[in-house]
Ligand binder design. Structure first.
Ligand code: GCV
Length: 841
């Protein structure tokens, strides 16, 4: 046996296709198909060596290819594709087809029950002494999903058994917010895989690879351009180009869709209006849709963002979202296309002085009265919370309000407000909390997942949409851990009843292998990461306390207040939180069905984690945990940053157990995250201490005995500058070196002799790559370049909560009287800024 495997490995090497020699940059995602150990491979010794594929469509042929590819890669077996289906009678075979096709070929086989169009069943029967492994799909997509399911079992070294599954709902789409120029709105992993320079890319290999990833978790649609849609999208030349993307997706059963702007009839079609009830406008949509289907016969449909954040919409003519959606939907109907009309319609010019104004109300206010007036092929695409993908929000009350309308939930895989793929935040626990929330509509069990599946209100077309924003980075989302979110989104869209543990465990095994230590370490890191991120960013439902007017990354707390965007928390010296009660507040809570509204309306019944979303409370308010609100905020931020600080060491235990490339990349990110969590912790706690005037009982906030702030060190060339927002730096200040040569900061240390960690808190701007050097008594002990780990969205030229970061030198032997010098050498427009140095044991 050893001999056999040695030959297989040698053959792979000689063929230049060693299974994952080049896959460890993360490009294979969870589809690594890594060779199985000899012991595990024995589990699958009996699998057939032949494949019979009956359906013969591009998707079905792809299913057979995928099966051969996966088996070859994991087990080293080269499956033979039978050109004549009847060969099943003379040899053990995999048989792929629809139930009718399989039954015609193998009359002894009968489907255990009805197989839904996109569902599959896997079973084994013996005919003429030959084992037949039947993978039946309701239609060709189901065959492909069945194959991926089988391969996933093998990759996880699970015993194979009969199985049958079908997806929760028909809409299982990703949205990409890609612009035609190749940039991606809220994309954090490189440029678009679809577009460049105003055109569809020439090389669409990554699109085909993306299609495989999507199909492997059962996703069946992709809207490929930004919901803030470029008006060129519907130009005839562009449709022609876009057809190539649809071609690349087709073998994976992923239907391409487009985001469109409602003013297209006017701008692209040169009509005098885009009023949805104008017959010429309807005719224009009809002929545009016909034109699209000529080029893209399996086109999925349109996503529409209207009357939102500067996009025009039906309100311009006094029409409703239903009138707009229906006009477009009627054009798509004959072709089987759908309209996903976004529920994200709100006024971003609210009056801050109006205590009844509330952005959270907008979704329900704009749509609930339209329930039942939409065409059957319209689906309202609703963000999971009523604001905008904050670290914690209640579910949108709109889900329970639309009972005669198809709905899809919009979840955000790209981590816009949640660490931008520079912080590890596994979102499946958050999505589970949302999907499992029982809205108690009609005083009965109506969990969000069942509403969007169409079960609760018997709607046929519901589903799941994930804003994915993968990019050209080799590993798609930049952080090796982030792909768990794309995987998890697909898995939940297929089956929202899966548990977090099931999802994370399979993802880890598929992505990093089955070593028990690897699996338990990564599972544990991922599982808690959302709670940890929430702890050090925005607890108690206050929202992510980021700069909402900037890039939504680092802390920038006051930015949420005193403007029209409505992401308010209304903090003052007495208390904090939005009063959304019916009794005294904005009345938002009244939008929920009565049983849930009762829980949220009551200060005592409202769960702590949503308290500040629902109520305005004094800082001394005692939470269910027994802590005062203010002390909870302090403790939570310290606890979160403390846990983030454990990530690097926990990860280091995996050294040698996974490939070096992903090991190093992840370690760098964890080190960065641990540092940025401190930026977050300090900014938020300082801000709360200043506004409330109540000190931290544990004396940590504003009191940092281990720190030497840069302004207090002896400076040669460095000069103090103010930092905005003030809470993003100690004392609201840092120092900059505004000369071409290096500048230095020096301090005399009086620590007892021993080994220490020396951390330098500095700012990394994208305007240059400054060099830093730490010297002890004139001898270098560390150096680094400020060039790296920030998300691409950080283009800030200023020192703030997004650009603050740290570098740590460990194991430095110090004794009283040592002289510590930090030398910063500016580069480009980056003045080697420094906040403080911290020396700890
Ligand atoms: C694509 C938020 C984001 C925008 C996004 C918008 C939306 O406001 O910050 O970048 O626009 O949501 O979902 O339409």
């Amino acid at each position: 046996m050893y001999f056999r495997n040695a030959i297989v490995l040698l053959t792979w090497a000689l063929l230049g296709s060693a299974p994952f020699a080049q896959a460890e940059n993360g490009s294979a995602g969870w589809l690594r198909y890594a060779p199985l150990s000899q012991r595990a491979a024995q589990l699958y010794e009996k699998i057939p060596r032949h494949v019979v594929e009956i359906t013969n469509t591009p998707v079905a042929r792809n299913a057979a290819n995928e099966l051969m590819r996966g088996i070859h890669s994991m087990l080293g077996n080269d499956l033979q594709l039978a050109s004549d289906p009847s060969t099943f009678a003379i040899q053990d075979s995999f048989v792929l087809g629809t139930p009718a096709e399989i039954h015609a070929l193998v009359p002894a086989w009968k489907a255990a029950g009805t197989i839904a169009d996109e569902g599959f069943s896997i079973s084994e029967i013996t005919v003429n002494g030959h084992a037949l492994w039947i993978i039946a799909g309701g239609a060709d997509r189901g065959e492909l999903y069945g194959v991926f399911h089988l391969l996933e079992q093998i990759a996880q070294e699970k015993p194979l058994s009969s199985d049958a599954e079908s997806p929760s709902s028909p809409i299982r789409w990703v949205n990409q917010w890609d612009n035609l120029n190749g940039s991606i709105e809220r994309g954090y992993a490189g440029r678009s895989i679809f577009f460049d320079n105003g055109h569809v890319r020439t090389d669409l290999t990554r699109v085909s690879d993306y299609g495989r990833l999507l199909a492997s978790v059962g996703l069946n649609g992709a809207a490929v351009n930004n919901v803030n849609s470029d008006l060129r999208t519907l130009e005839p030349e562009m449709i022609h180009e876009l057809a190539r993307i649809a071609d690349a997706f087709r073998p994976c059963g992923v239907r391409m869709s487009l985001s469109v702007d409602l003013s297209s009839p006017q701008v692209v079609g040169h009509l005098s209006t885009f009023d949805p009830i104008d017959p010429n406008v309807a005719t224009w949509w009809q002929s545009k849709v016909d034109e699209i289907y000529k080029e893209i016969p399996d086109f999925g449909g349109f996503v529409i963002k209207a009357d939102s954040e500067g996009r025009v919409g039906p309100s311009k003519y006094g029409r409703t979202p239903a009138q707009a959606a229906n006009t477009v939907a009627r054009a798509l109907k004959p072709h089987g296309g759908v309209v996903l009309y976004r529920g994200f319609v709100y006024n971003n010019h609210l009056d801050w002085n109006d205590l009844k104004a509330d952005r959270a109300r907008a979704g329900y206010d704009n749509f609930h009265a339209l329930d039942g007036t939409f065409e059957p092929n319209v689906i309202i695409q609703i963000k999971h919370g009523p604001i905008d993908f904050q670290v914690r929000e209640p579910v949108s009350p709109l889900f329970a309000a639309l009972r005669h309308t198809n709905q899809a939930i919009e979840l955000q895989v790209t981590q816009e407000y949640i660490g931008q793929q520079r912080h590890m935040v596994f979102l499946v626990p958050m999505w589970k909390a949302v999907l499992d929330t029982d809205m108690r509509a009609e005083n009965r069990s109506t969990p969000v997942k069942e509403i969007v599946e169409g079960k609760s209100f018997r709607q046929p077309l519901g589903g799941f949409v994930g804003v994915a924003n993968v990019g050209l980075d080799a590993d798609w989302l930049h952080h090796p851990m982030a792909m768990a979110n794309l995987y998890g989104f697909g898995k939940l869209a297929w089956n929202p009843d899966l548990t977090t543990d099931q999802i994370v465990d399979s993802w880890t095994r598929l992505t990093f292998g089955n070593d028990p230590k690897v699996v338990s370490t990564i599972d544990a890191l991922q599982r808690d990461s959302w709670r940890v991120y929430e702890q050090y960013t925005g607890p108690l439902g206050i929202g992510t306390l980021t700069n909402i007017l900037g890039i939504h990354y680092g802390p920038g707390i006051d930015s949420a207040e005193h403007n029209g965007w409505g992401q308010w928390f209304r903090g003052d010296s007495q208390g904090i939180g939005m009063d959304r009660t019916v009794a005294t507040g904005t009345g938002y809570i009244g939008q929920y069905p009565p049983e849930l509204a009762k829980v949220y309306e009551s200060l005592t019944a409202c769960p702590d984690e949503l308290l500040l979303f629902m109520h305005h409370v004094p800082y001394s308010y005692v939470l269910h945990s027994g802590k005062t609100l203010i002390q909870y905020v302090y403790d939570s931020h310290y606890a979160g940053a403390e846990t983030a600080a454990t990530y690097p060491a926990r990860w280091q235990q995996l050294h040698g157990l996974i490939d070096d490339e992903r090991y190093e990349q992840t370690l760098d990110l964890f080190i960065y995250q641990a540092g940025h969590a401190i930026v977050w912790r300090d900014a938020v706690t300082r801000w709360f201490q200043r506004i409330s005037g109540i000190p931290d009982r544990q004396g940590r906030v504003g009191n940092y005995p281990d720190r030497i702030v840069a302004e207090d060190m002896a400076a040669d060339g460095y000069a103090p500058v103010d930092v905005t927002p003030w809470e993003a730096a100690s004392n609201g200040q840092a120092v900059e070196c505004n000369r071409a040569a290096s500048c230095t900061l020096t301090t005399k240390l009086d620590r007892p002799a021993g080994a220490y960690k020396i951390a330098v808190q500095y700012f990394d701007l994208r305007t240059g790559a400054s060099h830093y050097e730490l010297l002890l008594n004139g001898n270098p002990i560390g150096h680094w370049v400020a060039d790296a780990t920030l998300p691409p969205a950080v283009v800030d030229k200023q020192l703030d909560g997004s650009t603050g970061t740290r570098f740590t030198v460990r194991g430095v032997s110090l004794k009283p009287g040592d002289r510590l010098t930090l030398r910063g050498t500016p580069d480009g427009e980056e003045p080697a800024p420094v906040d403080y140095i911290e020396i700890t044991k």
